[in-house]
Design a protein around this ligand. Structure first.
Ligand code: UDP
Length: 233
């Protein structure tokens, strides 16, 4: 049983039945899944890929800085919508932002995040770290370290980490566990982007990769029961 967990949701998880954008029904389903967690406090790092990813929209005159700013604004749209849907589904939640947007959400500060958590609220963090050339995976590791989350629950489309890309290699094998060193050193084993996994390795941050859509999996992972792939020192 973990005391505090960081749930990393990519933007794609929020598009649900749509090809992009935000599906409130999917968000409500996620709220119900988070409510199954028995004791742990929950921090959510939200991605923005359902609207924009910096690396993909750079070009044609759009600089990488601008593209990443757009990506960070995309995470902001997800965070405020998610906080509303969570709260409307009896899961009190607050969005905090790492980019400045006073009219939209409170600025992320360490103290503010801890205060919401102490009041039983889910804290949803928008804007990643608030700087370009980063992803919300790296931001998730940094935030988990900062808020002393025992584990990062990385929700994905697949049920764990495979020895090769399972979408391209049908004979790829699922791994029940691996070490952070293996995750850093084996390029075929994809847990998170390189910067994110390197930061996790340096600070021995435990990560569990699992399938979001498998009912009860968030709660089982938060309870320390075997689910997906566990990556630890
Ligand atoms: N981003 C950024 N700095 C951060 C976090 C995110 O510049 O600290 C930008 C980056 O362009 C990224 C986009 O925001 O592509 C959306 O985040 P991400 O790609 O991680 O979303 P996901 O794939 O998880 O939906």
């Amino acid at each position: 049983m973990y005391k505090r967990v960081l749930l990393k949701l990519s933007g794609e998880q929020l598009q649900g039945k749509y090809n992009g954008g935000f599906d409130p029904e999917r968000a409500a389903w996620i709220a119900r899944e988070i409510k199954k967690i028995e004791a742990a406090e929950v921090v959510v790092m939200i991605g923005g890929g359902n609207y924009a990813r910096g690396a993909q929209i750079t070009g044609g005159g759009i600089s990488r800085i601008t593209a990443d700013n757009i990506g960070m604004m995309a995470t902001m749209m997800n965070a405020v919508a998610l906080a509303d849907v969570f709260s409307a589904n009896d899961l009190p939640a607050r969005a905090l932002t790492s980019i400045k947007a006073d009219q939209i959400a409170d600025q992320f500060t360490h103290r503010r995040a801890l205060s919401h958590l102490a009041k039983g609220r889910v804290v949803i963090v928008a804007g990643g770290i608030g700087q370009p050339y980063l992803t919300t995976d790296t931001a998730a590791v940094s935030l988990a370290l900062q808020l002393e989350c025992s584990v990062i629950l990385k929700a994905t489309k697949v049920d764990g980490v495979y020895d090769r890309d399972p979408e391209r290699h049908p004979d790829a094998k699922k791994l029940d566990s691996l070490t952070l060193r293996q995750a850093v050193e084996q390029p075929d084993v994809r847990v998170m982007d390189k910067a994110a996994i390197a930061l996790a390795y340096d600070h021995s941050q435990e990560i569990i990769v699992f399938s979001l859509l498998e009912e009860g999996s968030i709660a089982r992972a938060a309870a320390g029961e075997p689910v997906g792939t566990v990556i630890r020192a």
